[in-house]
Design a protein around this ligand. Structure first.
Ligand SMILES: Cc1ncc(COP(=O)(O)O)c(C=O)c1O
Length: 437
């Protein structure tokens, strides 16, 4: 019996896997199988990328420097991040503070906005996930992730929210199964200025809950937030550092955020590292003040070496252009697959982050772990039989494809075939549940 308190990325317990190794896009399992790692937002360069392994080896031979002391490698990582990932953004980009996780980055950014504005309320959009630490937990408005307890027999026991959270309508953004009356953002955000009026910050991410944006949505949220005096935080924890096929998803629109948060891939999968990047205007606001937010292990020498190595590898290996090529392949093949599977309700995505949503219970009623494994988890188990691990992020009807950014065309096809195979199970159940009505 394991002494670990279990955390399941896929709801239920239908997909047991014990990883003992990995190489490139593959997981090596204890039972000898090699499976494509199809949902790995934390590992942009896949497993044991030689440049990352080398950087971490070297970094093991460094002193122990906590965030309170200046470390030369941290200064370098900050310069590398701004010079590489924010190239062309010099007009507005100000400064960076590193931390350990995406949740922490969001909590830091949100509390900074509360301090700057002296307001408490915060805003996000429907179906958002921003993490499970501090204020980021309050901003996670998906019903199945709340930081509390999902009672298997039914119901939840949640911790109390920390702040008043305003929720904006979300865009659709589907390339298959889009809502037929998809209105322009300026129409359904018509009341947004009033909604955001007493908020310190408006945080939006670009993928969670299967919601992806076009530039209009971002620009409209940015305009409304500015009108309301609410800082706009772009949560690029998933999309930042390359997954969107650009350094950042926000670069697909005209507007520029007050704050960007990032994490996950930023350390190339080799270290736990995240960052808060603030605009020049915020740097100005901070003059004459010190931001009293500190963490012992933040900006650790090993994490900083990982950031510098990751940025270099993405640039040298032309990873962003590769992600854009794979984006076209995934978009084309996923629509083809969806057309053949009646159980698929919707497909949406960007870069190397895709969501396949099945028909099933409405997301507003999701309860995380239940006694019966949800359909998405069962499809994932079926897909695993033919060679790929696909995550559901605890959603009952969604499958998330987010492979390492280095995935080749042949490996992408193999991942999509595994999905195709898994979806047969969903079709069988969809047909029998339709027949019984
Ligand atoms: C959009 C978004 N923001 C924040 C987070 C939290 O990041 P972490 O799990 O590193 O704390 C996640 C994690 O999935 C995320 O998807």
């Amino acid at each position: 019996m394991s002494r670990l308190l279990r955390t399941g990325l896929n709801a239920g317990d239908s997909a047991p896997l014990t990883v003992v190794g990995g190489e490139g896009v593959y997981f090596h399992l204890q039972d000898g199988r090699r499976l494509i790692d199809g949902s790995n937002t934390g590992g942009g360069l896949g497993h044991r990328h030689p440049k990352m392994v080398e950087a971490i080896r070297k970094a093991a031979d460094t002193p122990v420097v906590n965030e309170g002391w200046t470390w030369i490698g941290r200064e370098k990582a900050a310069e590398d991040l701004i010079d590489t990932a924010f190239k062309g953004e010099e007009d507005w980009v100000g400064a960076v503070r590193f931390c350990i996780s995406g949740s922490e980055a969001n909590d830091m950014a949100l509390s900074l906005c509360q301090a700057l504005t002296q307001k408490t309320a915060l805003a996000t959009r429907e179906r958002a996930y921003h993490g499970l630490v501090g204020l980021s937990r309050s901003m996670t408005v998906q019903p199945h992730w709340h930081g509390g307890l999902a009672v298997h027999a039914g119901g939840t026991r949640r911790p109390a929210p920390m702040v008043d959270v305003k929720i904006l309508p979300a865009p659709d953004g589907a390339i298959y199964g889009a809502s037929p009356n998809n209105r322009p953002a300026r129409e359904y955000l018509a009341d947004a200025t009033a909604t955001l009026a007493d908020t310190a910050a408006t945080i939006i991410d670009y993928t969670q809950g299967g919601i992806y944006y076009d530039g209009d949505y971002q620009d409209e949220v940015a305009r409304r937030a500015a009108e309301a005096g609410s800082y706009w935080i772009a949560d690029e924890v998933v999309t930042g550092a390359g997954r969107s096929g650009r350094w950042f998803a926000f670069q697909g629109a005209q507007s520029r955020p007050d704050i960007v948060t990032m994490g996950k891939s930023l350390g190339g999968g080799a270290a736990s590292v995240a960052a808060v990047v603030v605009s020049k205007a915020i740097v100005e606001q901070l003059k004459g003040k010190s931001w009293q937010n500190y963490g012992t292990l933040r900006g650790h020498p090993i994490s900083m070496a990982a950031v510098s190595a990751y940025l270099e590898a993405v640039t040298e290996e032309n990873i962003l252009a590769h992600v854009r090529e794979m984006e076209a392949l995934f978009a084309r093949r996923l629509v083809e697959i969806a057309r053949r599977h009646p159980s698929v309700k919707r497909v949406a995505g960007q870069g190397l982050h895709w969501t396949v949503e099945l028909h099933g219970p409405d997301w507003r009623a999701w309860a995380a772990d239940t006694t019966e494994n949800p359909i998405a988890s069962r499809v994932a188990t079926r897909a695993m039989e033919v060679g790929a691990v696909i995550g559901t992020s605890g959603e009952q009807t969604s499958l998330f494809l987010a492979p390492p950014l280095i995935i080749s065309e042949a490996e992408s096809e193999a991942l999509l075939e595994a999905l195709d195979h898994g979806l047969q199970l969903a079709d069988e159940e969809f047909a029998s549940s339709n027949g019984s009505h």
